[in-house]
Design a binder for this molecule. Structure first.
Ligand code: AMP
Ligand code: MG
Length: 393
């Protein structure tokens, strides 16, 4: 058995970043930018009014001053005249500040009478002008690699860049195995159950920028497994679920090796999910996950998601955060324990409460958890208030 850290570094070493492709902005959410983006223009492209009001000279910014309104500037409708001493231009948010004007007074701070305004006694410090280039200038760059969030897309759009270079989506083929499994919606026989973790893993992979393909469930025979592996052709990652222990019906390893798997390791010193296997299988990385629903989902979180990050060109790894325990914990055994837990608001750090039942078959508990509390191998007794590491889940 190897440690979680060793397993992760071996899995990451099995993959290289994938090629890039060009996609329209509209299809770039959640993808990883592979080449820096350069602004094609300056924003704002002119000194812009931040308010609705009147554009005036600095010298006229005096309570009681009467000014003549000589024109109007709206968003998309510049005023081509020049504001001189004793003059004002009506102006709206987003409009270019006309030549000559040095500040905008709020419309609430003046009284208007025909083409005259009078400045009130509640004048503000701010000039209410967004200076040209305040946000960014032509040539400013967004560096790569970077997973694109909604705000990034708005920024790139405002830079007038309609297409981007992103890393191709890794294709993940998900292969559930077991004579006892049926698909959701089918009628399980009395000795069968419904395949479940398959759907979590597909969703997790997609949320991490991958294209997930759920293959038909393989039966516990070599022939059926061979058929399923054939359907995984072209995938960058093959995730198998179940059949990876040492039971008489656990055939994945044998079949995968027969089909060219170069196994890198099998078994990690962790709970849940000891029987994780990884290796290269022709052009794909094979990640063999345990069948128990919680074990499969937790190990996918710990190993599949970083692998997908790496394939998309990102730094990959675990970045545990810190929280304070709300209850004592006994000594941990020789395997790292990833305890399902709930976070709540704490005084300095978040508070963390491990769920009462840590059985690796309980999806109800997993779906209520929002953190994995990490207990390293041999972690000593911990008391209430102790600081412990966790991964958001
Ligand atoms: P295995 O590793 O094949 O022995 O499976 C361990 C446990 O996980 C067994 O109780 C299986 O029924 C269950 N299991 C395996 N695959 C899945 C799946 N895709 N969804 C839900 N449970 C599964
Ligand atoms: Mg099985």
């Amino acid at each position: 058995m190897i440690s979680v850290a060793e397993a992760l570094s071996r899995i990451l070493a099995l993959a290289e970043p994938l090629d890039a492709e060009t996609v329209p902005l509209r299809a770039a959410a959640g993808r990883v930018l592979s080449e820096a983006v350069s602004a094609r223009l300056t924003q704002p492209p002119f000194n812009a009014s931040a308010m609705d009001g009147y554009a005036i000279r600095e010298a006229d910014h005096v309570t009681g001053r009467r000014l003549k309104v000589i024109g109007e500037a709206g968003a998309g409708h510049a005023f081509s005249g020049r504001v001189g001493q004793g003059e004002a231009a009506r102006i709206f948010t987003g409009a270019p500040v006309p030549d000559g004007a040095e500040r905008v007074v709020l419309q609430e701070d003046v009284t208007r009478d025909g083409d005259q305004i009078t400045l009130g006694d509640r004048l503000e410090q701010s000039n209410h002008i967004r200076p040209l280039g305040q946000d960014f200038r032509t040539g400013d760059r967004i560096s790569a690699p970077r997973r694109l969030r909604p705000a990034d897309l708005a920024l790139i759009a405002s830079m007038n860049v309609p297409d981007l270079r992103v890393t191709r989506r890794p294709v993940v083929a998900i292969l559930s195995t077991g004579d006892e499994l049926v698909m959701p919606g089918e009628e399980p026989k009395p000795d069968q159950i419904v395949a479940s973790n398959t759907f979590a893993i597909a969703a997790m992979a997609e949320a991490r920028g991958a294209e997930a393909r759920i293959l038909p469930i393989a039966r516990d025979t070599h022939a059926s497994l061979r058929q399923s592996f054939a359907l995984a052709t072209g995938a960058d990652v093959i995730v198998t679920i179940g059949g990876a222990s040492v039971g008489e019906h656990d055939h994945i390893q044998a079949v995968a090796i027969e089909l060219g798997l170069q196994q890198n390791f099998w078994k990690i010193a962790m709970r849940p999910g000891k029987p994780v296997m990884a290796g290269r299988m022709k052009d794909a990385v094979l990640l063999g996950l345990p069948g128990n629903p919680v074990s499969a989902i937790v190990t996918a979180q710990l190993f599949l998601l970083p692998l997908l990050d790496r394939m998309q060109g990102l730094e990959a790894g675990h970045a545990p955060l810190k929280a304070r325990l709300t209850a004592p914990l006994g000594e941990n055994g020789p395997r790292a324990h990833y305890m399902r837990a709930r976070l709540s608001v704490g005084d300095d750090l978040p508070a963390i409460t491990p769920m009462g039942n840590q059985d690796s078959a309980l999806l109800t508990i997993l779906s209520e958890a929002d953190a994995l509390l990490i207990r390293p191998p041999g972690d000593p007794v911990r008391g209430t208030g102790d600081i412990v590491p966790y991964l958001p889940f």
